[in-house]
Ligand binder design. Structure first.
Ligand code: FE
Length: 187
């Protein structure tokens, strides 16, 4: 539980605790665990020389899957809009670049399906399946609206690392390795 009066240091401890306790859980039909997926995503961002805030967004992009960790209301776990849940928690502690990239990373998949020929075919089968639950490819009006959002480019970057972060048997830094970076991005 993240209390309303939690500070930045408390949230970093809490996030590390979630990675430790729940990181081994399956990542919705993928071959990697949740922790492997999020750590790989951050490592891909770092390997491309992304700014610390984007690395942080990559690291935390799916934290909303652990939605029950952040809410006082058990019934909230029924809805699986994990990008919304994640962003709602992150925006309390991190700047908008991070929370908005997380909020928009599912929309970015729908956007890329509409605008990048071949993107859909590169998605994993689990990701293709969730696409249909998430509304499918954007239509023209949605595409235009998405392009008008302040952090849509950052969300697309996170999305592409997200798609790549499903590799078997790769070693990555640990959550603790990213703690100084996360701390540097706190509001
Ligand atoms: Fe993901």
């Amino acid at each position: 539980m993240i209390r309303p009066d939690s500070d930045g240091e408390a949230i970093i401890g809490r996030l590390g605790d979630i990675f430790d306790r729940r990181g081994a859980e399956a990542y919705l039909g993928e071959a990697v665990t949740m922790a492997e997926h999020m750590l790989q995503c951050a490592a891909l961002a770092q390997a491309e020389g992304a700014a610390p805030m984007l690395v942080a967004a990559a690291l935390l992009h799916d934290i909303g899957h652990f939605t029950g960790e952040f809410t006082y209301s058990p019934q909230d776990t029924v809805d699986h809009r994990h990008e919304i849940q994640g962003a709602a928690m992150l925006e309390r502690f991190f700047p908008p670049l991070i929370s908005e990239s997380v909020r928009l990373h599912v929309a970015a998949k729908r956007y890329l399906c509409a605008t990048d020929p071949g993107y859909y075919d590169r998605l994993s089968s689990a990701s293709k399946h969730s696409l249909s639950l998430q509304g499918g490819p954007m239509d023209a009006a949605e595409t235009e609206a998405f392009q008008g959002l302040e952090f849509h480019r950052e969300a697309i970057a996170v999305r592409l690392w997200d798609d790549g972060a499903k590799m078997l048997d790769v070693s990555t830094p640990t959550f603790s390795d990213f703690e100084p970076l996360l701390r540097s991005t706190l509001r």
